[in-house]
Design a protein around this ligand. Structure first.
Ligand SMILES: NC(=O)c1ccc[n+]([C@@H]2O[C@H](COP(=O)([O-])OP(=O)(O)OC[C@H]3O[C@@H](n4cnc5c(N)ncnc54)[C@H](O)[C@@H]3O)[C@@H](O)[C@H]2O)c1
Length: 448
């Protein structure tokens, strides 16, 4: 039996041992999905605190409640014993666990560096660690968002040369026959109760057709719809198209909001009316800017790659400029609002309401609230914040603690800047209580 057929058989029996490398917002839900489908899952993360928490059945990812985790952790929840998923998951910091794994799925961060170029050092570190233990018949998949070519140009040589150098392996250690390599972009949408790992279609591209076949088979056990695609490069590009599409359309609607403001037109009325068109229009809404680990960053992976080919990705550049300028636009609105009430921004108390990058989640990464707070502070405002999901903010050397009582914070503020439209807020109450409101989200209530 070929190595591919052996792996396919293990996958079909749900006996394949699956390693998830990087247990963050993306990796943890995936690990839980495979364990709940009966696969033995080993989570590998360099963060010993996360590993310890997980082995105690404690989740730090909002979408995965601790009870769900405890049900799959070895010895985690006695009431779960006897269920197919009980004891299926354990976490470790030790990559040597890969010796016993049939698949390794890499979900490590892909940030930008200070000059906004791709910072792939986590992918390189994880790839090198996986390469130490890659063995015949193993499947390796990269899920981290990255520029087209990463899987083939960066990971493949690492895995091939490392494995071939290992005396225990056959001299010829070839992708597609001896081991398998694929790319499958993550599509997790934190806080989305409708679309989770299992019911979000998954795009999969392999270095060879055999690589794709085993990766499709593995994901197909836990995810309802798999979308096979011709190559790893195409799969990498799919993710970049998805997020560039969002970045550009959000920038467009943000610019339309600025233009409507100058024209004295209500942009929200315009958007709602345009959205009645049953074809050819997709509704996007303006706001304080973009945040999270994807939309502000991913398009720059593509524009960086294009620069290496002497091509300037103009839409990406422009969208980035418009979206990252939005915090400045809203701070100017706060200045104007205070001014019309006869107050300067300097020394005024400004309450930023909601700081997570989107509603109902606790993720602060790249949140436009951070820029708004910094700009307000730079202009001398006394900035406070309230967010039920974010107890403290540490950013650029400044620490802020969430105001303990919303009503007291509203009463004390000269101006309230609504940044994140968390569902728990009662907006008519906020509007009624606040002296001045700058509403970046159009929460839909007018004072009075
Ligand atoms: N968060 C999202 O909403 C989202 C959505 C789609 C795609 N993505 C993409 O998925 C990837 C992962 O994002 P995330 O949000 O899960 O990041 P995260 O920071 O939440 O998690 C990454 C984890 O990887 C660990 N890690 C770092 N280096 C490691 C190494 N060498 N070995 C093992 N573990 C290591 C970190 O300790 C961390 O726990 C990124 O490329 C991101 O762009 C994220």
């Amino acid at each position: 039996m070929s190595l591919k057929d052996q792996l396919l058989a293990k996958i079909s029996d749900h006996n394949a041992v699956v390693a998830i490398v990087g247990l963050g917002y993306v990796g943890l839900p995936l690990a839980v999905a495979f364990a709940e489908h009966g696969f033995p899952v080993i989570g590998i993360d360099v963060d010993a605190h996360k590993v310890a928490a997980l082995n105690h059945g404690e989740s730090y990812v909002q979408d995965i409640p601790s009870e769900r985790l405890a049900a799959i952790v070895a010895g985690g929840n006695p009431t779960a014993e006897g269920t197919p998923a009980a004891g299926k998951f354990r976490a470790t910091t030790d990559y040597a666990a890969l010796v016993h794994c049939d698949a390794a799925i890499i979900c490590v961060p892909t940030p930008l560096n200070k000059t906004r170029d791709p910072d792939v050092r986590f992918v390189i570190a994880a790839g090198e660690s996986v390469a130490q233990y890659v063995h015949p018949g193993m499947l390796v998949v990269l899920e981290s968002t990255t520029y087209p070519g990463t899987t083939e140009d960066l990971l493949l040589p690492m895995l091939t040369s490392r494995a071939t150098a290992d005396r225990l392996h056959a001299e010829r250690f070839e992708v597609g026959t001896d081991f398998f390599l694929a790319f499958s972009p993550e599509r997790i949408d934190p806080g989305n109760p409708q679309y989770m790992v299992e019911n979000t279609p998954k795009v999969v591209g392999g270095i060879t057709p055999a690589c794709r076949e085993v990766a499709v088979a593995l994901y197909g056990t836990a995810i309802e719809q798999i979308v096979p695609i011709s190559s790893t490069q195409a799969a990498e590009m799919v993710k970049l198209l998805e997020n560039t599409f969002r970045a550009v359309n959000i920038a467009l609607v943000n610019e339309v909001a600025i233009m409507c403001d100058k024209l004295g037109i209500d942009v929200w009325e315009v958007i709602e009316a345009a959205a009645t068109k049953p074809y050819g229009f997709m509704k996007f809404t303006p706001g304080p800017g973009v945040g999270g680990h994807c939309i502000p960053l991913d398009p720059f992976y593509l524009s960086w790659k294009m620069k290496t080919l002497n091509y300037n990705a103009r839409f990406i550049q422009l969208a980035g400029e418009i979206n990252s300028d939005m915090p400045r636009y809203w701070v100017e609105k706060a200045v104007d609002a205070l001014n019309s009430a006869g107050k300067p921004l300097k020394n005024s108390r400004v309450l930023v309401l909601g700081v997570a990058y989107k509603k109902d989640i606790d993720d602060l990464r790249e949140s436009p609230a951070l820029d708004i707070i910094e700009l307000l502070r730079a202009k001398g405002a006394d900035v406070r914040y309230h967010d039920p999901y974010v107890p403290v903010i540490s950013h650029n050397g400044h620490d802020l603690t969430c105001e303990s009582t919303l009503d007291a914070a509203l009463d004390a503020a000269d101006c309230v800047v609504i940044v994140t439209d968390h569902s728990v807020y009662d907006w008519s109450h906020v509007y009624a209580r606040a002296r001045l409101v700058v509403d970046t989200r159009h929460v839909g209530v007018q004072k009075g």
